[in-house]
Structure formats: structure tokens, C-alpha cells
Unconditional design. Structure first.
Lengths: 112, 111
């Protein structure tokens, strides 16, 4: 079934450690996104990529980095995790600017 | 970016029509409106999208007045399985990064 695969499903991480959240889509969508979802704050955009080779900052980019080496993959890296990065992270993609977002099922990250 | 306001929660009964309104007072000319549904431990799922007037698909209708400062998601004859969180998204179709989600409306459908 076509869609977005995120890994891992959940992770407990010690503060200060480096972590990469993986996101792969098989729909050949041009644009990809990373959101974090916190209770009472809805979904907030971290970083996005309009096409392979380009990235941009969203609403809450500090502490996170992304890369887009190819169309299918859009990893999110926390260089040195902090407890405030405890959240559920969703990867999303869309075919073009007029298309709706398709979301993965999320990665639940706990930083202790 | 548009500031989004949605009711925090709503209750309904099976078979009723449910209308959830989203306020986006400073929506821009190029912004469009999308609604998503989210169940626990899942990612949001697309319901409907529109720019102005009325849009209808097999599961919902979206009403957008002429001034576009609000939008209303209408779910006809809800069932227990419609219990979920509903998000309004206002996004610009000229820049993929310019988008704002509302904080979500928790709809509880009772038997």
C-alpha cells in the first residue's frame, strides 16, 4: 500500500544523544514535511522540502536539521536531544502545492 | 500566516449532522483551507479541501463564506466511528512551508 513509513514507531532517548527519525514515501511526492504534535499545541511545522535537494525552516526549527538527498527520503535529525523535544513527530508529503497532505503514523519520542 | 481558532470540543449523537467552524480572520488571498481527521496513535487523514464557496465529497461538506474569514466542516449523520480530533489547516499554495494548523476540535459521538 502506497504511503509514508516512519521509523522508529517510538523511542526513549537520553538527553544529549543524537537521533535520526526516518521518513520514506513511495508516492513520488515532491514536497515533504516534518511536524511535531504536542498536547494542546496542535501540529507545528519543523522543516519542509519542496523538492529533492532543497529544504526550508518551518515554525519551530531550532534543534532540528533535515536533508533531502532524493525524492523518497526525508530524515529528521536531533543533534543533541533535550527534554523539550519530547513529542510525537509526523512526517507528511504532498504531490504539489494544490494537493492535500498525506501523513505517516508518527514517531513517539521521549527525551529523558 | 493566518491565526486559526477552533472549538476545543463538541459532543453529538449518532445520526446527527455536526458542524465544526474554524475562524481564520487574517487569511491571505492565496491561502486555501483543508480539514483533517485524526484518530489516536495515527497521523491526520485528509477529509476535504476548498478555497471558496462550497465543496462536497462523499464524506463531508465544506462551507466558506465570501469573506473567507471562517469555514465550516459539515459531517452528515455522524456515527460512533466519527469520534476523533478534527483539524483545520490554512496553507498558502505558493510556498509549501507557509501553513498553520488549528489546535483541533475533539468530536465525541454518543450512542
Amino acid at each position: 500500500i502506497a504511503g509514508i513509513t516512519q521509523a522508529p514507531t517510538s523511542q526513549i532517548l537520553a538527553a544529549g544523544r543524537r537521533m535520526t527519525l526516518r521518513c520514506t514515501q513511495d508516492m513520488r511526492h515532491n514536497a515533504m514535511y516534518w511536524y511535531r504534535q504536542d498536547l494542546g499545541l496542535g501540529l507545528r511545522l519543523i522543516h519542509y522540502s519542496n523538492t529533492a535537494g532543497t529544504t526550508g525552516k518551518g515554525e519551530v526549527p531550532d534543534g532540528y536539521s533535515v536533508s533531502r538527498a532524493n525524492t523518497d527520503d526525508f530524515p529528521l535529525t536531533l543533534a543533541s536531544a533535550v527534554p523539550s523535544q519530547t513529542s510525537v513527530y509526523f512526517c507528511a508529503s504532498r504531490r504539489d502545492r494544490d494537493s492535500p497532505l498525506h501523513f505517516g503514523n508518527g514517531t513517539r519520542l521521549t527525551v529523558t | 500566516l493566518a491565526k486559526i481558532t477552533q472549538p476545543i470540543s463538541m459532543d453529538s449523537y449518532e445520526g446527527q449532522e455536526v458542524n465544526i467552524t474554524c475562524s481564520h480572520n487574517n487569511i491571505a488571498t492565496n491561502d486555501y483551507i483543508t480539514w483533517y481527521q485524526q484518530f489516536p496513535s495515527q497521523g491526520p487523514r485528509f477529509i476535504i479541501q476548498g478555497y471558496k464557496t462550497k465543496v462536497t465529497n462523499e464524506v463531508a461538506s465544506l462551507f466558506i463564506p465570501a469573506d473567507r474569514k471562517s469555514s465550516t466542516l459539515s459531517l452528515p449523520r455522524v456515527s460512533l466511528s466519527d469520534t476523533a480530533v478534527y483539524y483545520c489547516l490554512v496553507a498558502r499554495n505558493t510556498n509549501a512551508g507557509k501553513s498553520t494548523f488549528g489546535d483541533g476540535t475533539t468530536l465525541t459521538v454518543k450512542p
